[in-house]
Design a protein around this ligand. Structure first.
Ligand SMILES: CC(C)(COP(=O)(O)OP(=O)(O)OC[C@H]1O[C@@H](n2cnc3c(N)ncnc32)[C@H](O)[C@@H]1OP(=O)(O)O)[C@@H](O)C(=O)NCCC(=O)NCCS
Length: 172
C-alpha cells in the first residue's frame, strides 16, 4: 500500500496523539507535540499515511544556541519527537519521514538540524555527533546521542555552544 507523506492537517491531531502514545507507550510525547503545536514557530509536523491511517509522525521545532539570539541568526531546528506505530516499524516509514522533513526544513530556511536520539539510527541520514561541531546538549547525556546535521554545508562553522530546545521541552 502506498505511503503518503505530507504536512499535518487539523483533522490529524487525534491520530497523531495515538501514534505517539503507541510508539512511546506513554502520553508524554503526545503532550509535547500538542504543546509545540500551540507554542513553537515554526512548527513542522509531518505525517506518514497508509490506507487512510496515520502510521508515522515527525516534528521539528526551533532550537537556539545559548547566548546567541535566534533573531538574525541562521535558523536551526530540532528533530523531536518521531514516532511510528509499533506494527509499522522497520519498513522505512521513519526514514521516509526524516527525508521529507529535511526538504521541509530547507524550504523554511533552516541551515542545520539537531537530534537527541538513538546513535545507531540517526547517522544513516548524515547526522554526526554534535560535539564535532562544538555543540553540546543542555541535558546531561552521553556524547554519542546528541547529533547534528548541516542542511547547508559549513553552516555550523563557528556556531559552537549549548543547544536550547523550545521551552515546551522543559515541562516534558
Ligand atoms: C525510531 C523509529 C521512529 C524508527 O522508525 P522506523 O519506521 O522503524 O524506521 P525505519 O524503518 O526507517 O528504519 C528502520 C531501521 O531503524 C532501526 N531502528 C529502529 N528503531 C531503532 C532503535 N530504537 N534504535 C536503533 N535502531 C533502531 C532498525 O534497526 C532499522 O535498521 P535497519 O534498516 O538497519 O534494519 C521507530 O522505531 C519508533 O517509533 N520507535 C519508538 C519511538 C522512538 O524511539 N522514537 C525515536 C526517539 S529518538
Amino acid at each position: 500500500m502506498d505511503l503518503i507523506l505530507r504536512e499535518e492537517r487539523p483533522d490529524d491531531r487525534d491520530a497523531i496523539r495515538l501514534v505517539n502514545e503507541r510508539a512511546f507507550d506513554r502520553p508524554d510525547e503526545a503532550n509535547l507535540v500538542d504543546a509545540l503545536r500551540s507554542e513553537a514557530r515554526p512548527f513542522v509536523s509531518i505525517v506518514a499515511e497508509q490506507g487512510g491511517v496515520i502510521v508515522g509522525h515527525l516534528v521539528f521545532s526551533p532550537v537556539t544556541i545559548a547566548g546567541q539570539p535566534a533573531e538574525g541568526s541562521p535558523r536551526l531546528l530540532g528533530l523531536a519527537p518521531m514516532a511510528v506505530l509499533p506494527d509499522h516499524q522497520r519498513r522505512g516509514v521513519g526514514s521516509a519521514l526524516v527525508r521529507l522533513g529535511f526538504d521541509t526544513c530547507r524550504a523554511l530556511g533552516a541551515v542545520a538540524v539537531v537530534v537527541l536520539g538513538h546513535p545507531e539510527y540517526y547517522p544513516r541520514f548524515g547526522f554526526r555527533p554534535a560535539s564535532s561541531f562544538g555543540l553540546r546538549s543542555e541535558y546531561d547525556v552521553p556524547d554519542d546521542v546528541f547529533l547534528a546535521l548541516e542542511l547547508r554545508p559549513g553552516s555550523l562553522s563557528g556556531r559552537s555552544g549549548s543547544i536550547r530546545y523550545h521551552e515546551a521541552f522543559a515541562s516534558f
